[in-house]
Ligand binder design. Structure first.
Ligand code: THU
Length: 139
């Protein structure tokens, strides 16, 4: 049984580390492995824009680079730095992050979008990334 509230709290911890001098949009993610380990990630921006990395991919790349391959859930929070927790909206993962999730996760992987510590919605990757493209994966 996944404790979504713990994962959301970890995402809020991660959000505090966001490096966001250009957008002021702070995102935090907490990625849970099958073994129960949590990897946190924040967004990291660049003055040349395209190197910017989303919080979700930071979490995945930290975990994968440590040898993790089995994931069960990710919690995501995101808001303008001037918006107090609880007064913003859900922050849904971008298409690039969904593709990265698709690389490592099955359709039942849980994506938890939170707008407060105890206000969240739970989706599956299958819901947020239908008909995913993985042309080279199982050839
Ligand atoms: N961002 C994320 O980190 N994750 C999302 O799900 C949406 C967007 C970041 C990228 C950029 O630093 C800022 O939020 C504004 O788009």
């Amino acid at each position: 049984m996944i404790d979504y509230k713990i994962l959301v709290a970890e995402a809020y911890k991660a959000q505090k580390m966001a490096y966001i001098p250009y957008s002021n949009w702070a995102v935090g993610a907490a990625l849970l492995t099958k073994e129960g380990k949590i990897y946190r990630g924040c967004n990291i921006e660049s003055s040349t824009f395209s190197p910017t990395n989303c919080a979700e991919r930071t979490a995945f790349f930290k975990a994968v680079s440590e040898g993790e391959r089995d994931f069960v859930a990710i919690a995501i929070v995101g808001n303008d730095v001037n918006t107090p927790i609880g007064q913003g909206d859900y922050c849904s993962p971008c298409g690039v992050c969904r593709q990265v999730m698709t690389e490592f996760c099955q359709e039942d992987f849980k994506i938890i979008l939170a707008k407060d510590y105890d206000i969240y919605q739970v989706y599956t990757l299958g819901q947020l990334m239908p008909l995913a493209s993985l042309p080279l994966k199982n050839q």
